[in-house]
Design a binder for this molecule. Sequence first.
Ligand code: DGT
Ligand code: CA
Ligand code: CA
Ligand code: ZN
Length: 570
Amino acid sequence: MENIDYAHVFQEIADLLEIQGANPFRVRAYRNGARTIETLSKSLESVLDDEDARLEDLPGIGKDLAAKIRELFQTGQLQFLVELRQEVPASLIQIMHIPGLGPKRARQLWDGLEITTIEELESAARDGSLESLPGFGKTLEAKILKGIEELKARAGRFKLSDADIYVQPLLAYLREADGLDHLEVAGSYRRRAETVGDIDILATAGEDSSLMEHFVAYRDVDQVLAKGPTKSSIRLRAGLQVDLRLVPRESYGAALVYFTGSKAHNIVIRGIGRERGLKINEYGVFRGDQLVSGTTEGEVFASIDLPWIPPELREARGEVEAARDGRLPELIERRMIRGDLQMHSTYSDGKNSVEEMVDACRERGYQYMAITDHSPALAMAGVKPDDFRRQYRAIDKLQAKHDDIRILKSAEVDILDEGKLALDDDLLEEMDVVVISVHSKFNLTRDQMTRRITQAMKHPSVNILAHPTGRLINRREPYPVDVEELVKVASEYGVLLELNAQPDRLDLRDYHLQMAREAGVKIVISTDAHRTAELDYMTYGIEQARRGWLEIEHVANTQTLDKFLKLLRK
Ligand code: DGT
Ligand code: CA
Ligand code: CA
Ligand code: ZN
């Protein structure tokens, strides 16, 4: 089992306990454990194997969770969860995560109307019987139906970061096969799309290769869906489908272009081929029956006089035209990043101290960083003004010890009603950089929300608008907001827009980044790390930025400290 599988078990326990109405502290213990495990930099099973390491030494893992991890490892299941599932139908978990519901209402639906599945919930919402429950009215009913619709639309898609967790070990395993030549993942995974439907792997190998046998014998296979000499499909235990295609060496480049997609990009490429009397498909580039090229991707693009196009751009958003005119962007790379401008510490809901965050940023070679703990706001671990001042004095002390990194004093300040900020002006003025964001009252109209946010952006102290649309991938739709207007105000008032690199946020989206680029608005790629390991989410930010066509000059935190500070000045 991978770490994430252990984490999912604990999340499921927490969900089921919450529906049961268990003690909130107990629920939180499982959630904290799950989060620790998800962001652990080593495999849990390696800790189990290591005689000197103890599970109990991991933060958030007590005796009880450690025992459960060992049981899962040794027996592949957990008796406690088996029993819990007999008490609470697991399908209520899906119901509980529909916006507007939650554990208490899921319980109410179950007790009051014996609803346990999405289908039952949908029909009860349609025939009005939901309204018989206390607290359930027309508005909630409509919200539930919308939630169900969205749930259906994204069914079965994996967040890219989750896919990585399963794909990376699979690739390492496949590379052990005999007679293997090339092996690469194509499809949306290679384009680094924010979610992936399935995984498409391409390979070339010698005649007597064991690749296909090896593939279907993978330890994590739930079901072999198809097995043939050139194509096999498996479903992993996590539910992710993986297709493996073995292609002839002379077709490898053409197959890579075809299966990397996107479909829309392929259509444009094929169209250009057709204009030149060429047929381009997954087997190669053909003039009549004659194979002209297809061994490498570069050759395939060259056959229609194009340079190689980075996979992240292949979405039919102007990349083919740009390639033809010699104006493909020189996409940003991870090594260009010099600082991280959003992270939390133990002052608010982070798991590491300021000092630990500073050391972790220094290890990553950064020249600057900002500690951005939450302002006091509803239902969140916010920091009081006096504690911010205490933190800033602590930062001064730390700063005196380090001349290799600048620690910027900051906060993630909540945008309240009407665009007011959750901290006073005099405190804002003490900060080196002010980050603002929305964490509450999502149910405004598009106009109201846009006005609320732009009002806050116009405040003279504000520098960065964080996670501008508030979406959580696969969990929460963005709040309604006019991103074009945010970009316009950002440009007028010298506010930077954040690309939040948390893999379930990736906010702004790729096409919004392209929009900001066009408008000359600079982007800050920040991890919003809540523990040191999450600073490595920067990679997901970079990939998303590449999908948004961003180059070094479009990203503020590629600049040296001096230049970055100048960009902050309004
Ligand atoms: P996904 O799996 O939904 O996240 O997205 P993709 O892009 O990986 O799509 P998938 O797995 O259905 O197919 C992989 C690639 O194969 C796709 O990006 C383009 C290519 N492809 C699949 N079907 C067609 C098709 O009907 N026409 C063209 N031109 N290309 C196709
Ligand atoms: Ca795919
Ligand atoms: Ca596929
Ligand atoms: Zn936030």
